[in-house]
Design a binder for this molecule. Structure first.
Ligand SMILES: Nc1ncnc2c1ncn2[C@@H]1O[C@H](COP(=O)(O)OP(=O)(O)OP(=O)(O)O)[C@@H](O)[C@H]1O
Ligand SMILES: [Mg+2]
Length: 357
């Protein structure tokens, strides 16, 4: 169990600043996720914690011991960290058992201890029956699980995982999520997990750090960042959302392009605003505040994905089938609004949502 303290960490490659002023403490036993679009700096942060990369400025502490910063640099092998990297490497000349046993052999563990520990972690990652196979006889997902088992076997106090489930199919991915979370709960190790998959982040984490262009946009529990996003980028990245321009007038927000139609609002903002609406927070009801025309409906099994034209604007509604079973394409409908998120219109929306390439 370890704490990780990051103080004013900035990282540049040449002129390219990829992490700006990262400041945070990860507590003992916390499951932390670094989430964000491709290229935002997640792997770089993880490599700095591991010691494969030095920060350009700032300091990094593990358990209050300075490991990177100033003239100090503790190399990766002295940091007691287990890791699985995005391009996981398993040794091709060793079978699964020996790959996983490797960290314990380095530590000079006894034969019996190695057998017990390796068998236990292979069970956890569902690879017991593959112990004698070589990596070239395994699928990508199986190799990834070998890498995970190897990271776990030495019972590290800190585990760094960089997209460790990216090669698994949807079902296995979901069950491994659960397994990793269980392992973490049982052992109480601190985990720093990297993913660009928001569902994965929400399902596993105690706290999520959402990063864009090297800057932490918001950190908090999954509920906090989903329901109370700090800005438009956070609202957009977590789940489905549509943005509308609007203006607060007499306790209502008049939405642009909707023929003067407005929705109720009792929040603190005034003047021009960006309104973010999650399509699952709109529903069909004769008493709805907005009037439009049902333009399209797509059957998705558990729900229906609908498009409603309100004035000049096409609005997305995710509804339970029974809610609109009676409705036909081309028909007039009314929409109720369960909740909205309202941000100051600072004119930066498009810029903010553009992903760094
Ligand atoms: N060694 C390097 N030299 C130069 N630039 C680098 C180096 N490593 C990373 N970068 C740049 O730093 C930025 C952040 O990269 P990083 O690998 O941290 O992104 P990421 O968030 O992990 O993305 P992904 O989800 O695609 O893995 C990118 O623009 C990348 O091109
Ligand atoms: Mg990466």
């Amino acid at each position: 169990m370890a704490t990780v303290t990051i103080k004013h960490v900035t990282k540049s490659f040449g002129d390219n600043v990829v992490l700006k002023e990262f400041n945070e403490t990860f507590q003992e036993g916390e499951f932390i996720t670094l989430l964000g679009p491709s290229g935002c700096g997640k792997t770089t942060m993880l490599r700095i914690i591991a010691g494969f990369e030095k920060p350009t400025s700032g300091e990094l502490y593990i358990d209050n011991q300075l490991v990177s910063g100033g003239k100090t640099f503790i190399p990766p092998e002295k940091r007691s960290i287990g890791m699985v990297f995005q391009s996981y490497a398993v040794w091709p000349h060793m079978n699964v058992f020996d790959n996983v046993a490797y960290p314990l052999r380095i530590k000079k563990a006894s034969k019996a201890q190695i057998k017990e520990s390796v068998e236990r972690v292979l069970g956890i990652v569902h690879l017991s029956q593959f112990a004698d196979r070589f990596p070239n006889q395994l699928s990508g997902g199986q190799q990834q699980r070998v890498a995970l088992a190897r990271a776990l076997v030495a019972a590290p106090k800190l585990l760094l995982l960089d997209e460790p489930l990216s090669n698994l199919d949807a079902k296995l991915r979901e069950s491994m999520r659960f397994e990793i979370k269980e392992i973490q709960r049982e052992t109480g190790i601190t985990v720093v997990y990297v993913t660009h998959d928001q569902t994965e982040a929400m399902a596993m984490s105690d706290r999520v750090f959402l990063i864009n262009r090297g800057v932490v946009q918001q950190s908090g529990t999954p509920e906090e960042i989903y329901n109370h996003p700090a800005n438009q980028f956070v609202a957009d990245f977590l789940g489905k959302v549509d943005f509308f321009k609007g203006e607060v007038k007499n306790g209502r927000i008049e939405l642009a392009g909707m023929n003067g139609q407005a929705i109720s609002y009792d929040g603190p903002r005034s003047g021009k605003v960006d309104v973010a609406v999650r399509p699952e927070n709109l529903y069909f009801t004769p008493q709805g505040e907005l009037e439009g025309m049902l333009e399209a409906q797509y059957y998705l099994g558990d729900v229906d994905d609908c498009r409603v034209r309100v004035g000049d604007v096409l609005v997305r509604v995710i509804a339970n089938g029974y809610e609109y079973a009676e409705l036909k394409k081309g028909q007039k409908v009314r929409l109720g609004v369960r909740s909205i998120m309202v941000f100051e219109d600072d004119g930066q929306l498009e810029q903010l949502l553009k992903i760094q390439t």
